[in-house]
Write a protein that binds this ligand. Sequence first.
Ligand code: PNS
Length: 159
Amino acid sequence: MRRAVCPGSFDPVTLGHLDIIGRASKLYDEVVVAVLINKSKKSMFTVEERIEMLGEVTAQYGNVTIDAFHGLLVDFCTARGINAIVKGLRAISDFDYELQMAQMNHGLQGVETLFMPTNPLYSFLSSSLVKEVATYGGDVSGLVPDLVWHRLTQRLAES
Ligand code: PNS
């Protein structure tokens, strides 16, 4: 069975993430979306909330599961017997750091990284930008799944 991991913070998941996950799900028998647990980073949504949103928006694919991890991504991959990581590349500026991580991950435990070009519709998109724009009242409804847009609007109204 061919399996791959799509890792990230997903705070929150955007249409850019979803595009990569959906395309990866056509290439692999199973795709595990791995949410990084990073207690030192301030987040808008808890890991549980992110997992729940990811579960709902990826249910359409049928072969995508959601999990969380802390520590090294390669340890997560090895523990589950997965040797491929799929990452979206938005622009050449992503490449420098992504290449370093890919080489490090391969060097550490032989885990391969496959880069997938982001859909140009989403090449400017990031979770942090979505949060910033939404915080100041900008319209992000076309950039995140509907469910996420509702949760984001709700969260901002609470704060
Ligand atoms: O969505 P993000 O925050 O850009 O995702 C980054 C992520 C989670 C893929 C990356 O930070 C990561 O893999 N973190 C786990 C820690 C780790 O393995 N670090 C060494 C990388 S070579």
